[in-house]
Structure formats: C-alpha cells, structure tokens
Design a binder for this molecule. Sequence first.
Ligand SMILES: C[S@@+](CC[C@H](N)C(=O)[O-])C[C@H]1O[C@@H](n2cnc3c(N)ncnc32)[C@H](O)[C@@H]1O
Length: 210
Amino acid sequence: MLMNRAETALINSAPRRWLQRLYEVPTLLRFGGRLLPGSRAVEIGCGSGYGSQLVLQRFGAAQVDAIDLDPAMIERARVRLAPYGDRVHLATGSATDLREVLNANDGSYDAVFDFGIIHHIPDWRAAVAEAARVLTPGGRFYFEEVTAHALHRPTYRRLFDHPADDRFAAEDFLDELGQQGLIIIGSVTRIQGDYLLGVAAKPLAAGGGR
Ligand SMILES: C[S@@+](CC[C@H](N)C(=O)[O-])C[C@H]1O[C@@H](n2cnc3c(N)ncnc32)[C@H](O)[C@@H]1O
C-alpha cells in the first residue's frame, strides 16, 4: 500500500532522517555489523533512497538494488542516488516478488534492508519469505518495523493509510522470521511495543548461524 501525502511528508522530513541516521543505523550496526567487502544488498521499499545511501555509506555495501512499489519514489531515489552510478540499480515493483522485479534467484544477496516498509504490505508474510529466499546462507536481514500496536494509535489511524487486516504484533513478526528459517542475532530493540529493530541471519547450514 502506497504512502499518503501526510506520511510521505513525515518520512521525508528532517527529524525522520536524523532518527534513521543517528539512532536506527547505529542500532542495526551494533546488532549486525557492517557488510563484508564486495557485498550486494537489496533495500525493499526504498522510498526516496535515503536508506540506500546509508546502506552504501554506513553499512559498506558495494552494490545496492533498491525497489519500491511507487514509481514516484523510484524517481526521487534515482536523483538522490545518481552520484553512486552503477553501484545502484533501481526498480519499481513489490517486495513480495523479487524474482519478478529484480530477477532475483534464491541466495542472491548478502543483506536485505527493511526500513519500515513491511507493515505497508497486506501479505506481509510473503515479503518476509522473499527476504529470506534471496539471502545467501550467512546473509543478514536488517529490519526496522512498525507494529499493529502503533498502527492502532489514533494518530496513525487519523493521519496515515495502512492495510487494515492481518497487522502484526512484534511477536508475530519475529515468529515469521523464524518460520522462514532466519535467526535473530543478539537481541531486538522494542520501543513501547510500537517499533522493533533487529537483525536476523540465514544460517550457513541447517541448524547453524554465521
Ligand atoms: C514508510 S515508507 C518507508 C520508505 C523508506 N524505506 C524510508 O525509510 O524512508 C514505506 C515505503 O514502502 C513502499 N511500499 C509499499 N508497499 C510496497 C511493496 N509491496 N513493495 C515495495 N515497496 C512498497 C511505499 O511506496 C513507501 O515508499
């Protein structure tokens, strides 16, 4: 589901960027660390491309494929990410079908980044399954998500548009990661039951972690 005007303004505001840069990225780096040299990453729901810039600069990805359902966001991202040249590939389409959007085979990426997008997807489990599918063994899923608890708050209900059905609580999201064979590294940061940040790894072999 696309963002409405109010959410587009909030997501692209300076305070949101500060939060992402000064809190979310350090938290995710603490859990999952930087990527190995030469790593390929995909950012699902890249919006205007600020997250992909952080994936390149702060997480050290060599290449980023960034996708979004909204062509207008992809155009914004194209402008922002132009200085990175062929280190960035942009595409319009859904995080629920990365084979269709990016021709992504199983095990194509060393890291998947989700900066607050999976709660926008009605079939959110399909997006988690795709993230797990495209990760290499040992690859990492970096996530920052918004739970049903937040989406039920009056401010969210009045100002923003989100799928009404099958919203996830933090435990539902973490359970789904496990269902898809991903293992949380360290701990998960939960903020008032509304937000969660963490990193999950795809095991190198059955039953093992990286
Ligand atoms: C809350 S915004 C987050 C944008 C960006 N990650 C950021 O942090 O600035 C959610 C984004 O997800 C995109 N989106 C919604 N459904 C999607 C889907 N099924 N596949 C890919 N992107 C989707 C929206 O167009 C929007 O850009």
